[in-house]
Design a protein around this ligand. Structure first.
Ligand code: ADP
Ligand code: MG
Length: 449
C-alpha cells in the first residue's frame, strides 16, 4: 500500500504540480529557443548552410518542442489529469533527447546529459516513481540506439561514420552501462531529495499557518473567557430557579411548556459557556497515553451509530497501528468528533470520509480527515478558526477554535486544504509518545465500515 497517501494532500499536490509543470514548460520553451539560436550560431560560424545537417534536424526538434508546448499549455489550463500530463511530457522529453543524441552523433554526442535533466525534473514532479520510470526509459532508449547503430540495424545519421568502424563491443557496452548507472544514480538521489523537500515544505506550511492563528487567538482569549465566567454564574442560578418554579406548575400546562423551553435554552447556553471555557483554557492535567488508533475506531463506531449518517456516508480508515499520543482522552474525543461531524455536515447527499493515521520517522504523528463535501471557499477559509464563525444555521462556530486550542495545548498543529465543490482535508500533527519498547508499528490496516 502506498503509505504516503495518508499524509500527502492531493489538493496541495495538485496546486504544486500545476505550478511546477508551468515552469517546466517555460524552461523547455527556453531550451528550444536556445537550441535554435545556438544551431544558427554554429552553422554560420562554420560557414555552413543553415539548412545543412544536423542543424536542420535540430530545428525540427526545436519546432516539435514548441508545438508540444502549446499542447501542454492547453492541457495544463484544463486543470485536469495533471499527473498524466506530467508523465506524458517527461516521457516525450526522453524521446526528444534520444532524437537530439541521434542527430548529433549517437555515441559521440555530447547531449547524453540531457537524460539526467529529464530524470531530475521527473523526480521533482513525480517523486521517486517518476524518476525511476524516466531512468528506465532513458536507459532503454540509449542502449537500443547505440546497439542498433552498432549492429547497423539503423544507419548512422547523415555525415557520421558508423560507430562499428573504430569501436569494439566492450567499449559500447561500457558506455551504455555507465550511462544507465548515471541515470539510476541520479534518479535515486533526486528522488530522495524531492521527497525530503516535499515533507519539509508540508511541515513548514502547517507550522506557519498554525502559528499565525495562535497569535490571532491569543488576542481574543482573555476577553472571551472573562465573558464566559460572567455568564456562567447567573446562568446557574437562573436554571436552578426555573427548575424550582417548574416543580410547582402543572405538567402539560401552558406555563409548563414555556418553562421547558426556558430550560432547554439554558442548557444550550450552559453548553456554550462550557465550550468557551474549554476554548480559553484546556488543561493538560488529565493527559495520559492514549492509543490513537483505538480512539479513532471508537469515534467512527459512534459516528456510524447515527442512522442518518450511516445511510449516506461511507467511512474509510487507513490507520497505522500502535500509535500513542499523550493527551486527555476527553480532549482527543472532542477533536475527533468535531472533525468527523464537520466532515459529515459538509457532505450533501452521499459521500465519503477517509481517516488516515501515520507516524513519520517516529517523531510526529499525522492524522488526516478527508471528506468529499462541499469544500471551503477562500473567503470562508480565512475565518473557520475564528470563535463563533459558522456557516450553519444551527452551528455554534466553536468546533474548530476549540480543536485549535486543544491541539495547541499539546504542542500539536492543525491545518487544512480544500477545493470548493470537491472536498476538504484537515491535517493534525501530534507529538509521538509511542513507548519505544512497544511493538513496531505496522502499516496497512484498511477497513471499510
Ligand atoms: P460549526 O460546525 O458550528 O459551524 P466549526 O468551528 O466546527 O463550527 O466550523 C466552522 C465553519 O468551518 C463551518 O461553519 C464550516 O463553514 C467550515 N467547515 C469546517 N469544517 C468543514 C469541512 N470539513 N468542510 C467544509 N466546511 C467546513
Ligand atoms: Mg463544527
Amino acid at each position: 500500500m502506498d503509505n504516503h497517501r495518508v499524509t500527502t494532500d492531493s489538493f496541495q499536490q495538485n496546486l504544486d504540480l500545476y505550478a511546477q509543470i508551468k515552469w517546466i514548460i517555460l524552461a523547455r520553451v527556453v531550451f528550444a529557443i536556445v537550441l535554435i539560436f545556438s544551431s544558427l550560431f554554429f552553422s554560420t560560424e562554420d560557414n555552413l548552410s543553415i539548412l545543412s545537417q544536423p542543424f536542420l534536424s535540430l530545428y525540427n526538434v526545436a519546432a516539435a518542442i514548441l508545438i508540444m508546448s502549446i499542447l501542454y499549455i492547453c492541457w495544463l489550463n484544463r486543470k485536469k489529469g495533471l499527473l498524466a500530463l506530467a508523465y506524458f511530457q517527461t516521457m516525450v522529453d526522453t524521446v526528444l533527447v534520444t532524437g537530439i543524441i541521434f542527430v548529433t552523433g549517437s555515441f559521440d554526442s555530447i547531449f547524453t546529459f540531457l537524460y539526467l535533466l529529464v530524470i531530475i525534473y521527473a523526480s521533482m514532479l513525480l517523486l521517486q516513481k517518476g524518476g525511476f520510470v524516466m531512468a528506465t526509459l532513458s536507459s532503454l532508449q540509449y542502449g537500443l540506439l547505440i546497439e542498433l547503430e552498432y549492429y547497423r540495424v539503423i544507419p548512422p545519421f547523415m555525415g557520421h561514420y558508423p560507430i562499428s568502424i573504430n569501436l569494439d563491443e566492450t567499449q559500447i557496452i561500457y558506455r551504455i552501462a555507465i550511462t544507465i548507472a548515471a541515470c539510476f544514480a541520479v534518479a535515486i538521489l533526486s528522488g530522495i531529495l524531492s521527497l525530503q523537500l516535499k515533507n519539509v515544505r508540508q511541515d513548514l506550511k502547517i507550522t506557519q499557518e498554525h502559528l499565525k492563528r495562535v497569535e490571532k487567538m491569543a488576542a481574543m482569549d482573555e476577553m472571551i473567557s472573562g465573558i464566559a465566567h460572567e455568564i456562567k454564574n447567573p446562568l446557574a442560578s437562573l436554571s436552578g430557579s426555573i427548575q424550582l418554579l417548574k416543580e410547582e406548575t402543572q405538567s402539560g400546562s401552558y406555563e409548563d411548556k414555556l418553562m421547558q423551553i426556558i430550560l432547554r435554552e439554558t442548557e444550550r447556553l450552559k453548553q456554550i459557556t462550557y465550550d468557551i471555557m474549554l476554548f480559553a483554557k484546556p488543561s493538560k492535567t488529565n493527559a495520559s497515553q492514549v492509543d490513537m488508533t483505538q480512539a479513532i475506531e471508537d469515534v467512527v463506531a459512534l459516528f456510524l451509530n447515527t442512522l442518518e449518517w450511516k445511510t449516506r456516508i461511507q467511512v474509510f480508515t487507513r490507520l497505522e497501528k500502535n500509535i500513542f499520543v499523550t493527551i486527555d482522552p476527553v480532549h482527543l474525543k472532542q477533536i475527533l468528533w468535531n472533525l468527523v461531524k464537520n466532515a459529515a455536515e459538509a457532505i450533501e447527499g452521499t459521500g465519503k470520509i477517509i481517516i488516515g493515521l501515520k507516524s513519520q520517522r517516529n517523531k510526529q504523528i499525522y492524522l488526516t480527515i478527508r471528506d468529499s463535501g462541499v469544500g471551503i471557499d477562500p473567503k470562508t477559509a480565512k475565518h473557520i478558526f475564528d470563535p463563533f464563525f459558522t456557516t450553519k444555521a444551527e452551528g455554534t462556530g466553536l468546533g474548530l477554535p476549540i480543536i485549535h486550542r486543544i491541539i495547541d495545548t499539546y504542542e500539536g498543529m492543525i491545518d487544512f486544504e480544500s477545493i470548493p465543490g470537491r472536498g476538504t482535508v484537515f491535517t493534525l500533527v501530534f507529538k509521538n509518545t509511542t513507548p519505544s519498547n512497544g511493538q513496531t508499528p505496522k502499516f496497512g490496516h484498511t477497513t471499510k465500515s
